[in-house]
Design a protein around this ligand. Structure first.
Ligand SMILES: NC(=O)c1ccc[n+]([C@@H]2O[C@H](COP(=O)([O-])OP(=O)(O)OC[C@H]3O[C@@H](n4cnc5c(N)ncnc54)[C@H](OP(=O)(O)O)[C@@H]3O)[C@@H](O)[C@H]2O)c1
Length: 290
C-alpha cells in the first residue's frame, strides 16, 4: 500500500486520482480548501470501502502558515510519502489584483509558492519511500519569460489572471528543475505534467459570466479530454516512474527538458528569491538547498 498525498484533491484531476487510488487500496491524504468537498469525498471513499485509508485535511494552501500547518499534520501521521501530487489551483479569471492576508499575490502564492514549500518540506518523507515521485500538474510547454523584477506581477500596468497563471506555470518549471538539482543524490523523481485542456469545473467555470461559461463548456467538449482520460498518464507514472530525476510531459508526449528549462542558472536564482520572500512574509524555513 502506497501513501499518496494530493494537494487539491477534492475536485477535477486531483479528485479523479484520489478516487482511483482509493479503489486501488492505497492510503490517500487529500488536502483541499472546502470542508464540504472533503466530506463529500470521504462519503465516496466510504462507498468504495476505502474510508479507513482516506484522510482529508482542510487548508487554504495560498497561505504559507496553512501550508506549513498541513506539512506538520502529515508528518505526524506518516513516516514516508510515496507520491506527492500537486493540483491545487484556482483557474478563476479576473483582472483584479488580489493578495493573500500574508501580502502575496494570490495566484503566485497558491500555484507556485505552496508547491515550492510542499515539494521541499516533504523531501525527507519522500526519501523514506522506495520509489518516491512528485507530480506537479501544471503546464510545461507554455512559452514566455520570467518577470524577474516583478515575480508576483504586482507592478504590471494592468493585472490579468491568465498572465499570472501562465507565469506561475513557468515558475513551476523552474521549481521542478531546482528540486531535481538539489535532490540529485536521492531517488526522488519529479514530473512536470501538462494535462492539456481537461473538462473539469475549474477550467470550464473559469469565467464569472454564465453565458461565457456555457460557451467554454461546449468548446471543452470538443477540444478537451474527460477527466478520466486526462489522468491516465499520471496513473502510468505512479505505476512506473520515469528514470530521469526531472521530466516534463504534455499528456503522453515527453517534452525536451532543455526547452522547458532553457537557462540552467534560473532555477537557483528563483530559489534564492523565493526563500527571501518566505523569510520576509513568514520567517525562516529550514530548506536545505544545495
Ligand atoms: N483543467 C485543465 O484544462 C487544465 C489545463 C492545464 C493545466 N491544468 C492544471 O491542472 C491542475 C488541476 O486542474 P483542475 O482543472 O483539476 O483544477 P480544479 O478542478 O479547479 O481543482 C482544483 C483543486 O484545487 C483546490 N484548491 C483551489 N484553491 C485552493 C486553496 N486555496 N487551497 C487548497 N486547495 C485549493 C480545489 O479545492 P476547492 O474546490 O475546495 O477550492 C480543487 O480540489 C491545475 O494546476 C491546473 O493548472 C489544468
Amino acid at each position: 500500500m502506497r501513501t499518496i498525498v494530493i494537494a487539491g484533491g477534492t475536485d477535477g484531476i486531483g479528485k479523479q486520482l484520489a478516487l482511483q487510488f482509493i479503489r486501488n487500496g492505497e492510503y490517500v491524504i487529500v488536502i483541499g480548501r472546502s470542508s464540504e468537498k472533503g466530506e463529500a469525498l470521504r462519503l465516496e471513499a466510504k462507498k468504495l470501502d476505502g474510508e479507513r485509508k482516506f484522510l482529508f485535511l482542510q487548508a487554504d494552501l495560498s497561505i504559507i502558515s496553512e501550508t506549513i500547518r498541513i506539512i506538520h499534520e502529515v508528518s505526524r501521521r506518516v513516516n514516508h510519502i510515496d507520491q506527492l501530487i500537486l493540483c491545487a489551483q484556482s483557474q478563476k479569471l479576473s483582472k483584479v489584483y488580489r493578495e493573500t492576508k500574508e501580502g502575496i499575490e494570490h495566484h503566485f502564492s497558491l500555484y507556485y509558492l505552496s508547491r515550492f514549500i510542499l515539494s521541499f518540506q516533504f523531501r525527507e518523507l519522500l526519501t523514506n519511500a522506495t520509489a518516491p515521485l512528485i507530480i506537479n500538474v501544471c503546464a510545461p510547454g507554455v512559452k514566455g519569460d520570467i518577470e524577474w523584477d516583478d515575480l508576483q506581477l504586482q507592478n504590471q500596468r494592468s493585472f490579468n489572471s491568465i498572465k499570472a497563471i501562465m507565469h506561475g506555470s513557468r515558475l513551476n518549471n523552474l521549481l521542478g528543475a531546482a528540486f531535481a538539482q538539489s535532490t540529485a543524490n536521492t531517488n526522488i523523481k519529479y514530473v512536470l505534467f501538462n494535462p492539456g485542456a481537461v473538462q473539469t469545473k475549474g477550467a470550464t467555470e473559469a469565467f464569472d459570466h454564465k453565458m461565457i461559461n456555457i460557451f467554454v463548456k461546449l468548446m471543452y467538449k470538443i477540444i478537451g479530454l474527460p477527466v478520466q482520460k486526462a489522468v491516465e498518464p499520471i496513473l502510468h507514472f505512479v505505476q512506473s516512474p520515469p528514470e530521469d530525476s526531472l521530466t516534463a510531459y504534455k499528456q503522453n508526449k515527453k517534452l525536451d527538458i532543455a526547452q522547458v528549462i532553457p537557462n540552467k542558472d534560473q532555477p537557483e536564482r528563483l530559489v534564492r528569491l523565493t526563500l527571501a520572500l518566505i523569510k520576509q512574509k513568514y520567517g525562516d524555513l529550514m530548506i536545505n538547498y544545495e
